[in-house]
Design a protein around this ligand. Structure first.
Ligand SMILES: [Zn+2]
Length: 191
């Protein structure tokens, strides 16, 4: 039984967009009482949220942290991986992924690099933090020293070691990929 207000026919707003585009599916139903959630501005709040009109539960949608590395070899080449999954399948990105509870950002970045490129990295140095408001991710990127050659791993169709002047700018997966690579070039005095 739907005791909430009718929301059909209203133009989609930011909250609906966040719900539909969020990288991880989540329940549209109240975690406390099971009623369908709707959108409203809670008391003492200024933003539209997913709320339960039955019990008052507010389901906050927060960005998710992603951690990744730009692995660098002795010869100055960096590792990128070609995505074998959506979104942006076939495009190049540095290895990275969603953090798990219980690990630090550095651990997550190194783990993702091992999973996606079978590459061990050490000496992680924070390069930058990049927000993609849509779909709601905060990307934490480290420069790291590569140990070995690596090979295509989980969610990756191919790996590539790129000289700075050969970075495939037209085939990068995300805005944040380009932002981090430009910052890395600047740090190296190559920007
Ligand atoms: Zn509820």
């Amino acid at each position: 039984m739907d005791r909430g207000p009718r929301v059909a026919g209203r133009a989609p707003g930011a909250i609906e967009h966040a719900v539909s585009s969020h990288p991880h599916a989540f329940s549209r139903y109240c975690m406390q009482c099971g009623q369908r959630l709707t959108t409203a501005i809670p008391e003492n709040d200024t933003r539209r949220r997913l709320v339960c009109l039955d019990c008052g539960f507010v389901h906050y949608i927060n960005p998710r942290p992603v951690a990744g590395t730009i692995p660098v070899r002795d010869d100055g080449r960096i590792l990128l991986v070609r995505r074998a999954i959506s979104p942006r399948m076939g495009m190049w990105v540095f290895p990275g992924g969603y953090m798990d509870v219980g690990e630090t950002a550095e651990e997550a970045a190194a783990r993702e690099t091992l999973e996606e490129a079978h590459l061990e990295v050490v000496n992680l140095q924070l390069l930058g933090v990049y927000t993609r408001p849509e779909p709601g991710v905060v990307v934490i990127v480290y420069e790291a020293v590569a140990r070995g050659e690596g090979e295509a791993g989980h969610e990756t169709s191919e790996i590539g070691w790129f000289h700075p002047e050969r970075i495939p700018w037209d085939e990068l997966a995300f805005d944040s990929t380009g932002w981090a690579l430009r910052d890395w070039l600047k740090r190296r005095g190559l920007g």
